[in-house]
Design a protein around this ligand. Structure first.
Ligand code: OXD
Ligand code: MN
Length: 602
């Protein structure tokens, strides 16, 4: 193996297990060379130059977008491929009914054939990364081997990488073994495999972020949820934000919404005009993932394990998310957006009108009004096109992002995208009822996952694609955490997406969502501005501060309505879903379902 480590790239670690594993994977993948990533600025420049030279990324207009680059993924590789994503445990029941399962033996064998020789003519980069601040007892370390410079540059933004992480790992530290190869980018030879029992991830045949930035969904959710179950904490698909009152007091909220339902926008919210006089300030801690544990004070504390944002570009503009627009002005990687003639970028529902011409996300000439053979409009940017940007560039970023301890959580919000049924917001009756509310959450499918957009799917805690073990046990784990918490956050459900008879959104959303968060915090402080309904507490007509917002009484009524007829149907659909967990569903969840059903029938 020594020949694989030319002098310049001798393994900068004394970790024998790590070195042996790198050698073993190099034998499998046959790279021309191995480069250990140190995380320095010089290295970044070198990697950028090389990726530009081989056409993996395009340097954007450095005057208008300093430090920014552009990347296109393969046309069939633009979203997470859930049908090719597996949990590989010895026993099938440990993966549960909502995950694809493969035995570890079959997983290694099948993916092994795709990995074999896949890095011939390429470099294998060794990226040590820390999820959470380096050295925090709360953080987890991973090492990703990849043949993609795009992945290295993204990991550099999304996580803390390099020599400082290897140093922290020392000679014997625990780490998640993450192996990635683009291989041939062939969808028929693509697999995203998780081996929670081995603390390992194998991803092959893809170049799309959610499949290949292995610190994100794969480690921080699927593998981490498994660890969290064993170690007694929670790894969740949640944003974390702080709401500061004029007296300087900050309350923190964690909120779970399915992919592409506006978590990034909510986490970076700017107070609307009508509420400005109240002097709120919003602090962004994270936009996608929360690791939460019970601290010695008996409260729930959360960290965001990431260091960057991998946000959806279309729909991001100065109205929907001014903080994101400010974040992505420099040192950002844009993926699958439209490339303009002047080497800047554009996407649908951004700030600028469509350019006269450009190159679309598939690399084809594009102009406004372009239609395909079937007469359908051709989009310039893919609906799931992304920006990768460092969190510290966000004007609303909280200094607590670097805080080893994280932030105390006052409220947990579950949310879905529902045109009907779910009111704008409601509060659950208890932790147990809240867990049931999270377990039965549903949403319309978005562009972040492959499948039919718009279709309703149950997505418990927004974790359906991300829970690394049996979800029945996951609900039991949530109930357990509740039993141990002395200061329980209250649990809420929000839905920004309710529509009227004409299909128009009833709620303006974006910054205006602060009005709902204000109500949530009022409830946490025992304000009685709610009415009891069979599904939970809903704001009274006066409960929300709507100053400066033009919304009629009828619209408000519709937004807050709990329609018994709709809900009785909803309960049937929930029953069907809960049944799939069989014996594994905790009886407390059935009890909550039954009691809610009873309240609705009364
Ligand atoms: C994401 C997702 O990219 O949930 O955050 O798909
Ligand atoms: Mn997400």
């Amino acid at each position: 193996m020594a020949m694989l480590f030319p002098k310049k790239t001798l393994p900068p670690t004394k970790h024998t297990v790590l070195k042996n594993w790198v050698s073993e994977m190099a034998v499998l993948c046959s790279p021309d060379k191995i480069v250990w990533i140190d995380g320095s600025e010089e290295e970044k420049k070198r990697l950028e130059d090389e990726a530009v030279a081989i056409g993996e990324i395009i340097r954007l207009n450095q005057e208008k977008l300093p430090g920014c680059f552009y990347h296109r993924t393969a046309v069939n590789d633009v979203a997470r491929t859930e049908h090719l994503t597996y949990i590989c445990t010895k026993k099938k029941e440990d993966a549960g009914p909502t995950n694809n399962w493969m035995s570890p033996k079959d997983g290694y064998k099948k993916a092994g054939t795709y990995f074999r020789g896949s890095m011939k003519g390429r470099t294998m980069y060794v990226v040590a990364f820390s999820m959470g601040p380096v050295g925090s007892s709360f953080s987890k370390i991973g090492v990703e081997l990849t043949d993609s410079i795009y992945v290295v540059l993204n990991m550099r933004i999304m996580t803390r990488i390099g020599q400082k992480v290897l140093d922290c790992l020392g000679a014997e530290g625990e780490f998640t073994k993450c192996l990635h190869s683009k291989a041939e980018l062939d969808i028929n030879k693509r697999l995203i495999l998780h081996f929670p029992e081995d603390n390992a991830i194998w991803s092959v045949g893809s170049g799309y972020g959610g499949n290949v930035l292995l610190g994100k969904k794969c480690l921080s959710l699927r593998i981490a949820s498994h660890m969290a179950k064993r170690e007694g904490w929670l790894a969740e698909h949640m944003l974390i934000m702080g709401i500061e009152e004029p007296n300087g007091h900050v309350e923190y909220i964690a909120a779970a919404f399915p992919s592409a339902c506006g978590k990034t926008n909510l986490a970076m919210l700017i107070p609307p005009e009508g509420l400005k006089v109240k002097g709120y300030k919003i602090w962004t801690v994270g936009d996608d993932i929360a690791w939460m544990r019970i601290d010695t004070d008996g409260a729930l504390w959360a960290i965001n394990p990431e260091a960057g944002f991998f946000g959806v570009a279309p729909g991001t503009n100065s109205r929907t998310n001014p903080n994101a627009m400010a974040t992505i002005r420099k040192d950002t990687i844009f993926t699958n957006v439209l490339l303009k003639k002047d080497f800047t970028v554009w996407w649908e529902d951004g700030d600028e009108p469509p350019p006269e011409e450009g190159i679309d996300w598939q690399g084809r000439p594009w102009k406004p009004g372009l239609k395909d053979e079937a007469g359908r409009p051709v989009k310039g940017a893919h609906p799931n096109s992304r920006f990768t940007a460092p969190a510290f560039q966000c004007p609303s970023i909280s200094f607590r992002l670097e805080h080893h301890h994280g932030v105390p959580i006052s409220a947990i919000v579950f949310g879905g995208r529902r045109a009907h049924v779910a009111p704008l917001v409601y509060e659950s009756f208890s932790w147990q009822h809240g867990v049931y509310v999270g377990a039965t959450m549903a949403s319309e499918r978005t562009a972040a996952q492959v499948g039919k957009v718009g279709e309703i799917r149950r997505d418990p805690m927004a974790m359906l694609p991300f829970c690394g073990y049996n979800m029945g046990e996951y609900f039991a784990h949530w109930l357990n955490i509740g039993r141990k918490l002395e200061k329980k956050p209250r649990i809420f459900h929000a839905n920004w997406f309710r529509t009227d008879e004409k299909g128009e959104f009833l709620w303006p959303g974006y910054g205006e969502n602060l009005r709902v968060l204000e109500w949530i915090l009022d409830r946490c402080n025992d304000k009685p501005n709610a009415v009891k309904t069979p599904i939970g507490y809903v704001p009274t007509q006066e409960g929300l501060d709507l100053t400066g917002l033009h919304i009629s009484k009828e619209e408000l009524k519709k937004l807050l309505e709990v329609d018994r007829f709709d809900w009785i149907q909803e309960m049937e659909s929930q029953r069907e879903f809960l049944s799939i967990f069989g014996e594994d569903l905790p009886e407390e969840i059935w009890k909550e379902w039954e009691e809610q059903n009873k309240r609705l029938q009364e």
